[in-house]
Design a protein around this ligand. Structure first.
Ligand code: IMP
Length: 219
């Protein structure tokens, strides 16, 4: 671990060959094509001397198929994809689901395509609001599973934020279901509350914090 290496979150590598030639393992390869997740995780880890490299940085411009039946399986599928190609690096991936109590935990593992195969955020939110229109209980949670693989060993870390589904969408920040999710202790949606508040308590931040803790505060 090279703790002297500064973190340059925006100054990342552009080609696979640059990465392959590098000796340092202060690079964490993040098996995601989701730029919003990338930005969030980069900010959560900004105080540590790591550079987070995404699929796009590696020249991989397709989504790794999420064929698992659970968030845990999907997280593993994604991290293994990169671990097989870059065995010397820290690999992380994550899978997130919105789990609504009155819908028996749905949409859960199909959160990304709940409203249809287009994986459209607006359609997804419309479907949730419509499914809950006759329900009194609007409570639920976001649950994130992070898979970390280093030197062939995988660990998983879970982060949960409880809350409720709003009656209607509100706010412009964030992504996905943020405009309809009100975290516990607040009256406004994640999209109203903004990035900093979300980052201080989100499912993803909590899972990342557990990952860092499990590795002794260091990767
Ligand atoms: P996946 O983890 O990329 O499969 O994403 C699952 C679905 O949850 C997608 O529709 C995302 O937009 C949504 N999602 C993931 N994380 C968040 C979040 O932090 N806020 C709101 N929606 C999210």
């Amino acid at each position: 671990m090279n703790s002297d290496t500064p973190n340059h979150p925006t100054n990342h590598l552009n080609t696979e060959s640059q990465l392959s030639n590098s000796q340092g393992n202060n690079r964490i390869l993040f098996a995601t094509g989701n730029v919003n997740k990338l930005i969030e995780v980069r900010k959560v880890l900004a105080h540590l001397p790591y550079e987070i490299i995404s699929l796009k940085d590696l020249g991989i411009d397709y989504d790794i198929p999420e064929t698992g039946d659970t968030l845990e399986e999907n997280a593993t599928i994604k991290s293994k994809f990169l671990a097989e190609r870059y065995p010397d690096y820290h690999i992380i991936s994550e899978d997130t689901g919105l789990e609504i109590d009155a819908l028996d935990g749905a949409p859960g593992v199909i959160t990304a395509r709940y409203g249809g195969p287009e994986r459209d955020a607006q359609q997804n939110m419309n479907k949730v609001l419509s499914e809950l229109s006759d329900k009194e209980d609007r409570s639920g949670q976001f649950r994130t599973i992070i898979s970390h693989i280093y030197q062939g060993v995988e660990t998983q870390h879970q982060g949960i934020v409880r809350g409720k589904i709003a009656l209607e969408q509100s706010g412009n920040d964030g992504f996905g279901y943020d405009p309809i999710f009100i975290p516990e202790g607040y009256e406004d949606s994640f999209a109203d509350l903004g990035d900093e508040v979300k980052r201080s308590m989100s499912h993803r931040s909590r899972a990342v914090a557990k990952l860092v803790e499990s590795l002794g505060g260091d990767l």
